[in-house]
Design a binder for this molecule. Sequence first.
Ligand SMILES: [Zn+2]
Length: 196
Amino acid sequence: MGSPRTALAELLAGNRRFVSGQPVHGHDVTAAAAAASGDQQPYAVLLGCIDSRVPLEAIFDQTFGSICVIRTGGHVLDRAVLGSIEYVVGELGVPLVMVLGHERCGAVAATVDALRGGTSPGGALAHLVDQIAPAVTEVGVDDPRVRPMAVRRHVLRTVAALRADHLLAAPVAAGRLAVVGALYDLATGEVALLEA
Ligand SMILES: [Zn+2]
């Protein structure tokens, strides 16, 4: 298994191919068949939003077998998400976790609306709002730029939570695992790394 640095470079190179309109990986059945023999050996796990405009395999020009992808509304963590990441890191030895937020995120906007209105959505949707609310509060719910700034804060908070996870903290401390945050630009397709 490669290093976190190599994995990140490979991922960002894929985004550059995507942005330049020169992807090399087609999503056809020959790619599926090529990846079908033997065990999977992905080199990164990505946690992104369910937003239909943010398809992670396409954004990073990845093929079958190269990355594990988890998507939830506003890339919110829960036990199923954490367990999935722990599995990919612990069992498959993946050296890189990327949390990818994006502009105009509906989950963040819904959280801002809920906090401003003093309301809570019903059902399990309330879990998403509860998990995003601290980022919105940190920025300030009445800040005119609360939506884009809360997206950024929420990515960084998610990264911090993953680095503190009891099964991920040791490989992070040993340098075997990197957890990075990034933002996706809907218009350009570019991915920009965030500094913690
Ligand atoms: Zn979103």
